[in-house]
Ligand binder design. Structure first.
Ligand SMILES: *Cc1c(COP(=O)(O)O)cnc(C)c1O
Length: 381
């Protein structure tokens, strides 16, 4: 994919001059640095970055430049990436299911923090991970709403199991901590409040004073017109409830945002291949490409359409069915997409907030998915 060396003023300037036939992601380095500083200044604890949301080196390097010193990794690949780009950074291996060879890989690279949500996986860690200065965080789940989809369906122990796991972690001599993930694109700060209160119940029932509480990722990025992420309000809720719930035993806090950190730093330009019989819009990108996640968690409506000359289409909004380029009929954006009525073949469809779960989930199915990457000073069209 490779980032081009030239820096363009904004997406429109590039599109007008280059007329790209493949989709392009525009990266604004100062946007990722600005949101990193928002977390570093506002979050009441350690800020780590969930690498899986966008492992692009340009993202990681800008986060490091902004002062991020910790990374949540889920695989040997991500661990090696961070060790190469930030040799001294803290790595938290928070994928609660790992093969023995993956555990050995992490131990050999001096990873000192692991999460766990089951007795069998904890037994593997106890067998293989040296105790010294090493943290094991027990991950629990709650049936709370607020997120775009439910992470608890796969990971997280129930309260009773979490209590037993925490006791075992402490008895084995590891630094005992707790972690949770409220679910991605979680727009309701009250979800964090419920989880933090439950974490205090688990610690109290286990009789373990926890060192750290990792409040997960899940912080939203800007996907809907008029619904801006309320990061400061969420930080304030987390801070207040941590003190209320734990009192004098308040643990150090950690967060591990992915989406919120990288999502708004990228803008996608896909090209209109055809407007078929005035009904269906066919793009050169779709749910098998960088728009994969829209099929999972819903449409981003921060969309604009510009002509090949770079002029914004301003026709009345006319919802259309929008297909991607592959021959598969599920390659369709969810619901109806709000396009201006004068959208035409050759136009560029601009989708904002496309940095998370886009480059990484691009499948290249059917031979599509070649994606350009361009640095811009500003994402304003
Ligand atoms: C995916 C993931 C994250 C990041 O989630 P976002 O919703 O992108 O913030 C953080 N922690 C863990 C353990 C994850 O699996």
């Amino acid at each position: 994919m490779g980032l081009s060396k030239t820096i363009w003023t904004n997406p429109t300037e590039y599109l007008r001059n280059q007329q790209p036939e493949n989709p392009v992601l525009f990266f604004a380095p100062q946007a990722v640095q600005a949101v990193a500083r928002k977390f570093l200044d506002g979050f009441p604890g350690l800020v780590t970055y969930a690498v899986k949301s966008n492992p692009g080196e340009e993202v990681i390097e800008n986060l490091i430049a902004a002062g991020v010193k910790g990374f949540d990794c889920a695989s040997p690949f991500e661990i090696d990436l961070i060790r190469r780009l930030a040799p001294d950074a803290a790595i938290h291996y928070n994928n609660p299911v790992r093969s023995r060879s993956e555990i050995a890989h992490a131990v050999a690279r001096n990873v000192k923090s692991y999460s766990v949500d089951s007795h069998s996986e904890l037994a593997k860690l106890i067998e293989m991970v040296p105790v010294e200065n090493c943290e094991i965080s027990v991950r629990f789940k709650l049936p709370v709403a607020g997120a775009a989809y439910n992470f608890g369906a796969k990971f997280g122990a129930t309260e009773d199991v979490a209590v037993e796991l925490l006791k075992t972690v402490a008895a084995a001599g590891y630094i005992a901590s707790i972690t949770f993930h409220p679910g991605t694109q979680c727009t309701d700060p009250a979800a964090w409040a419920s989880y933090i209160r439950e974490a205090a119940v688990i610690a109290q029932r286990a009789g373990v004073k926890i060192a750290r509480l990792n409040v997960g990722g899940g912080f939203p990025n800007h996907r809907a017109v008029g619904v801006e992420p309320q990061l400061e309000a969420t930080f304030a809720t987390i801070d207040r409830v941590a003190t209320e719930a734990f009192g004098a035993e308040r643990p150090l806090l950690i967060c591990e945002p992915g989406r919120a950190m990288c999502g708004d730093a990228f803008t996608l330009a896909a090209r209109v291949k055809a407007v078929r019989d005035d009904m269906h819009v066919f793009l050169n990108d779709g749910v098998y490409g960088s728009l994969f996640e829209l099929g999972q968690i819903g449409i981003i409506d921060r969309i604009a359409v510009i002509s090949p000359e770079g002029v914004r289409r301003t026709g009345a909004i006319l919802p259309r069915i929008c297909f991607g380029p592959t021959c598969d009929s599920v390659d369709r954006l969810p619901g109806d997409v709000p396009f201006p009525a004068d959208i035409a073949e050759g136009d560029f469809v601009i989708v904002h907030g496309m940095g998370a779960y886009s480059t990484v989930t691009n499948s290249r199915f059917n031979g599509f998915g070649e994606l350009g990457m361009v640095t811009v000073l500003s994402q304003k069209l």
